[in-house]
Design a protein around this ligand. Structure first.
Ligand SMILES: Cc1cc2nc3c(=O)[nH]c(=O)nc-3n(C[C@H](O)[C@H](O)[C@H](O)COP(=O)(O)OP(=O)(O)OC[C@H]3O[C@@H](n4cnc5c(N)ncnc54)[C@H](O)[C@@H]3O)c2cc1C
Length: 407
């Protein structure tokens, strides 16, 4: 198992990884059968069983900043992508439109079923489908082969990853595929080279997959039509506030499964619902492995919430969010429903419909952001290293100082 679907398991895995995080800069690119040189925490971070801040603080508790800077930087790549997309949500809707419009390609199915005829690609497709995980370098090789060698539509590759990855994320996934295809950084594509595979694939894998290496010998970039940088179209989300005297329920969803550790953790609620985004699971045909992981993570969040708030908690994973939340709000005579704001992606897309239906029932939906996300969101106005320089300063000089002083 890559990362068990509970907060306790994720914290345990974080603790174990922290002790070797100082070696991350040296070893992180090695693609080994059990991926022991990377944390494998991404499914837990993606669904916020644990937060980026918890991961970074744990690493800084044990190591000086300079020793784990590379690891901290990678953790914040995720937040960079999330922030970047939230400032330019049209990139997500354009992706969905293109995905609908790209013609069917018979080879896509063959590759997804690990029948591409290339040993490396078939190994990686099997690993993805059976475990819900791929190492970062493997994701880069696979995507580069898909786009530049097989010349398949990148949108279909992104959909394949999104469907199977336990950490499948609208921002990290879509924008990484765009980067490989040369759309994210205009004029720059990512090509997978044989020498790179030979350097980073574990010797046992390299030997068994050697038949597939020739395809990476002389890669030729498929250059996209020239593109301009997507403009920022969405500035800060409006600040929304709960009215204390009203009957208030808490909605917990799979975008943030440790709400008790947010500002909502200090509020009182008369009722709680935890929902899976069943409509999205069906639309994107999530496989059983992923559905089971998500269901267990949601169950874990429900159990923790019951302990924290000591009120009834409903768990709903069969029905569309909208139906389940509206029915629960009515049944509990709520005036307002509080939730963490889902980031850009399918759940976010469903919010206007949910808000309208709740409003028809006289219930307000109040969405809150974690201040730490809100504070750095606008840092993503340009490229990652610009984002990182601004963040690094605040990590070292501001809140990071607290973590450093605890060392
Ligand atoms: C084509 C492609 C698709 C990807 N799709 C996703 C996706 O859907 N969801 C996702 O979480 N990541 C995605 N990534 C980024 C990265 O591959 C994974 O986050 C990482 O491999 C997760 O493994 P880990 O937890 O062992 O990472 P570690 O190396 O241990 O890193 C720690 C954490 O930092 C974050 N992180 C590390 N590298 C990156 C990165 N390049 N981009 C964003 N965050 C990063 C993750 O939260 C990760 O858990 C994609 C990368 C590529 C090239």
């Amino acid at each position: 198992m890559i990362c068990n679907p509970s907060r306790t398991a994720a914290l345990g895995q974080l603790d174990a990884f922290t002790s070797i995080a100082g070696l991350y800069a040296r070893d992180r690119n090695q693609v080994q059968p059990h991926h022991s040189s990377v944390s494998r925490l991404s499914p837990a971070i993606r669904h916020r069983l644990i937060s980026e801040e918890e991961v970074v603080t744990a690493a800084l508790r044990v190591h000086p900043f300079e020793r784990v800077e590379k690891f901290v930087q990678e953790v914040y790549w995720r937040r960079y992508w999330k922030s970047w997309l939230s400032l330019r949500p049209q990139v997500w809707s354009d992706f969905l439109r293109d995905l609908r419009d790209v013609p069917d390609h018979p080879r896509v199915q063959c590759v997804e079923q690990a029948q591409s005829g290339n040993a490396v690609i078939d190994y990686l497709a099997s690993e993805l489908v059976s475990t819900g995980y791929l190492h970062n370098h493997a994701r880069m090789w696979f995507a580069a082969w898909w786009v530049h060698e097989a010349r398949l539509p990148w949108q279909r590759g992104a959909a394949f990853f999104y469907r199977h990855l336990l950490d499948g994320d609208p921002a990290s996934n879509t924008l990484s595929w765009r980067w490989v295809a040369g759309l994210q950084t205009p004029g720059k594509t990512y090509l997978a080279r044989r020498s790179n595979l030979e350097k980073f694939l574990a010797p046992t894998l390299l030997e068994s997959l050697s038949d597939g290496l020739a395809a990476f010998e002389n890669p030729n970039a498929l250059l996209p039509e020239p593109v301009s940088k997507p403009p920022i179209t969405q500035s800060d989300w409006p600040l929304e506030n709960l009215t204390p005297s009203l009957a208030t329920g808490l909605w917990i969803h799979e975008e943030d499964l440790s709400v008790e550790n947010s500002s909502l953790g200090r509020q009182s609620f008369s009722s709680i619902i935890v929902t899976g985004d069943a409509a999205t699971w069906d639309r994107y045909q999530f496989p059983t492995v992923k559905r089971q992981w998500l269901a267990a993570a949601l169950h874990d969040a429900a159990t923790r919430s019951e302990l924290r708030w000591e009120v009834p908690v409903s768990l709903e994973i069969q029905e569309a969010n909208e139906e389940a939340v509206v029915r629960w709000a009515k049944a509990n005579a709520l005036d307002q429903v509080a939730a963490m704001r889902p980031e850009i992606g399918p759940l976010h897309d469903s919010l206007p419909g949910l808000r309208d239906r709740l409003a028809q029932a006289g219930v307000r939906l109040i969405l809150l952001d974690r201040p730490e996300d809100r504070r750095i969101r606008h840092f993503a106005s340009g490229g990652f290293f610009q984002f990182w320089e601004r963040l690094r300063k605040t990590l070292v000089e501001g809140s990071g100082k607290k973590a450093l002083s605890r060392c």
